[in-house]
Design a protein around this ligand. Structure first.
Ligand code: ATP
Ligand code: MG
Length: 363
């Protein structure tokens, strides 16, 4: 097992001006499950491929444990990678697929069989060892791909969207299996996804990337409660945090007809701020109560709770607002209601830089 360190790691593709990954600083602890998350094109796969040795590093260093692997070929890095398209060899059995890398590495037949069997036990694949991939379900194939990585007992697992080929239900199941398997094996893992729910449920810590730059690194709770900037605030959480620009006055931050008290520094920071409030941190009341007047456009009932989607007019602009509501008793489409943030649950950001202004909710 080992730590992983990106030290100012940079990748600029030939013929492209802007780096795909720009001075990435990241330390993954021994045995940690780190999730790299970000929108399409943010540099997640490039970062992972740099760590795997499949992509040239144009600046900075990459370390596995104390060893600088920046110039070490992929096969000597002691890592195993699971890709999105994990193409199994169709003419080989499950056992042969899982043992193939060991065979190439010159591991003897008996040891190979033993290691394949151990991995198959971990993955509940023992009954399928003699089958060909086409006779397996999608989830089973995915587990064979995991098995190919596990048999090698690498220092680090790298996974690039390994669940994206699976349907929604299987994705949820397999996500749980991968998490518990990783915990059991205790192998340092870097896992790439663009799905923030996957990131929140699987990661010990999450690194959020945008445009090749690290936006924030923290536990799922850190990122949820204390997003460092507007990008992370809007990206982490589903449905997304409500974000809009509003005035700051002596009395506080304007939220419709209400002024939400904020500390002196925030009041001094400017006359306009970007205000964020999560759907579950909004309280709705009758239209005559103080707050942000909004019209209900849609209510999504999800059993015990639901989400209400509406809009308000702020400074002559239409702003969409999402609020979590009780699944049974809630305002109806077309109603006008007044929204207020729960005390202490607002996030404030600089309008220009997008950086957070107020202290975190738990901190
Ligand atoms: N071989 C390449 N040559 C030039 N540009 C590339 C190459 N591979 C990737 N890029 C560019 O680098 C940037 C980062 O790509 P990368 O594949 O790392 O994104 P990603 O975060 O994995 O996205 P996705 O979620 O879509 O997989 C993108 O702008 C992409 O177009
Ligand atoms: Mg990718």
């Amino acid at each position: 097992m080992a730590t992983v360190t990106f030290n100012q790691a940079t990748r600029t593709y030939p013929g492209v001006q802007r780096p795909a990954v720009d001075k990435l600083d990241l330390e993954v602890a021994d045995g940690e499950f780190l999730v790299l998350v970000g929108p399409s094109g943010s540099g997640k796969s490039t970062s992972l491929r740099m760590l795997a040795g499949l992509e040239e590093v144009n600046g900075g260093r990459i370390l596995i444990g104390d060893r600088d692997v920046t110039d070490v070929p992929p096969k000597d890095r002691d890592i195993a990678m699971v890709f999105q398209n994990y193409a199994l060899y169709p003419h080989m059995t499950v056992a042969e697929n899982m043992g193939f890398a060991l065979k190439i590495a010159g591991v003897g037949k008996e040891e190979r069989a033993q290691r394949v069997l151990n991995a198959a036990k971990l993955l509940d694949l023992v009954p399928y060892l003699g089958r060909k991939p086409k006779a397996l379900s999608g989830g089973q194939r995915q587990r064979v791909a995991m098995g190919r990585a596990i048999v090698r007992s690498p220092q680090v697992f790298l996974m690039d969207e390994p669940l994206s080929n699976l349907d929604a239900k299987l994705r949820v199941q397999t996500r749980t299996q991968i998490s518990s398997l990783q915990r059991r094996l205790g192998v340092t893992t870097v896992y790439v996804t663009h799905d923030q729910v996957e990131a929140l449920t699987m990661g010990d810590r999450i690194a959020v990337l945008a445009d090749g730059a690290l936006q924030q690194l923290g536990t799922p709770r850190d990122l949820y409660e204390n997003p460092r900037n507007v990008f992370v605030a809007g990206f982490i959480g589903s449905p997304a945090m409500n974000l809009f620009t509003t005035d700051v006055t002596e009395r506080g931050v304007r939220f419709g007809t209400q002024a939400v008290a904020v500390d002196r520094e925030t009041r001094a920071a400017g006359t306009r701020v970007t205000l964020g409030v999560r759907p579950e941190d909004i309280t709705l009341a009758g239209a005559t109560e103080p707050g942000l007047r909004m019209t209900v456009d849609l209510v999504e009932e999800l059993g015990a709770d639901g989400y209400l989607y509406g809009h308000a007019i702020i400074d002559d602009e239409r702003v969409n607002v999402t609020a979590r509501v009780d699944g049974r008793t809630h305002p109806k489409v077309g109603d006008t209601v007044s929204a207020t943030p729960k005390p202490g649950r607002i996030h404030l950001f600089d309008v220009g830089s997008g950086e957070r202004l107020n202290p975190g909710i738990d901190g």
